[in-house]
Design a protein around this ligand. Sequence first.
Ligand code: UDP
Ligand code: UDP
Ligand code: UDP
Length: 466
Amino acid sequence: MSDESSVHVVMFPSAGMGHLTPFLRLASLLLNNHCKLTLITPLPTVSHAESQLLSHFHSSFPQLNLLPFHLPPPPSPPPISVDPFFHRVLTLRNSIHLIPPLISSLSPPISIFISDIFLVTPLLSITQKLSLPNYTLFTSSAAMLCFYSHFPAIAHSKPDDDDDAPEISFPVPGLPFSPLPYSYIPPIIFQPNTIFRNQIIEDSPNLSKLHGVFLNTFESLESHSLKALNDGQVIENKPPVYAVGPFLPFEFEKKNTSTQLSRWLDDQPIGSVVYVCFGSRTSLKREQMREIGNGLMRSGYKFVWVVKDKIVDKEEQVGLGEVLGVELVEGMKEKGLVVKEWVDQTEILSHKSVGGFVSHCGWNSIMEASLNGVPILAWPQHGDQKINAELVEISEWGIWNKSWGWGGELVVKGDEIGDAIKEIMENELLKDKAMKVKEGAMKAMSIGGDCEVTIQKLIQKWKNNV
Ligand code: UDP
Ligand code: UDP
Ligand code: UDP
């Protein structure tokens, strides 16, 4: 047995593929470095995608201790208007008292805890009692962490009149494009007493009580924010911030049912296909999806488009014809592949025929694009996505049309979408910059790169109990 086996890491992700995927990628890094790993697994999962991924992960790492956390049924069904993933976060926060008995008999003794950013405050009360070092994995950009840390200071600065809003912006320490326009901030967090607003206001000041924050990002992309975070310019009594990304996809994520898609991609010329996907939990209005279909046709490029009609995959029931209209579906057959199922995104982004990515700018998607040097048409929908989109744009490996607003605010017309797709597929500057971003990404993840050095140093520290 290797020397490092005495390090026992307990990880606790929250809900959704956007959180589970980076957790499991970090878990793989730790397992490959001979840590003992316990994964607290809230059950039932919200989506099929999460349960599939967990089972593939467990098969790949049978040494993993998968600790089921059976959640009590909610006292009443969530209101229809509440995002089921976010409702799950709330249930987790309210069920944290069940964690101490669950972990009390774990052996060998726990060395450290790595929990989800959405669980910071409730978990701290437990790890502090048990004197356990508590780290968090922040599942977005370093830029977003700067905003998250600073939000309580501006939480009461919502303009009284929405007409004033376009004029307003906030200086945010560490943000590479400060001042931050009001319009980049998700409107939900300025609404009084919403769950997410209350949660940031409660959790953000507690970041300073953590032993460290892991980020799925890398130095050459986010040096400004990382430096500010680690110099203490952003969070008072800063916890160390560790950039250990961009996380590589692992074998357990491979979907072996996508051969038709792979074969189709193999037949296309290099860099000729645009890939369109809005992540694991964003469904667009049907009217907007039809405009995307029109836009793809107008662009003249071949495409792979992942259509999502429902937030949670378990609820996807109707076929493409009903969502997009039979005529459009038929019309698109010659031009590309439209799928309404889970695809292996990292396989698609790494395929040589893919030359552009229309993305909602979920942070995992952005990191996956960075590893493959794919130019981005940013189309942020909610949450952290405008901040991530701006980061992509100022790094010049993508474009973002700010007049497209937040998801659902307006319907963007097909001709505008088509023109923007042409731009990312044809602009040589974007391609050059995307390749530069890729170089930085690969360097960070190479043998002897930032990720490996940081993880190994930390494991040594945990072994020595410091
Ligand atoms: N993803 C995928 N196939 C799909 C949809 C999404 O593999 O059909 C993956 C994608 O590669 C990424 C994650 O799901 O790893 C989505 O995370 P992201 O942060 O981009 O967005 P979110 O889903 O949290 O909005
Ligand atoms: N799914 C996933 N990862 C995979 C394959 C599937 O997350 O590698 C999810 C996907 O979101 C889908 C559900 O699991 O809604 C069922 O997938 P599928 O219809 O492909 O079923 P399978 O043939 O894999 O049993
Ligand atoms: N959220 C919400 N309504 C919104 C935007 C976000 O309830 O309009 C919640 C969302 O469910 C998520 C959290 O706020 O859990 C943070 O948003 P983000 O998109 O950054 O979440 P993530 O993709 O990391 O889950």
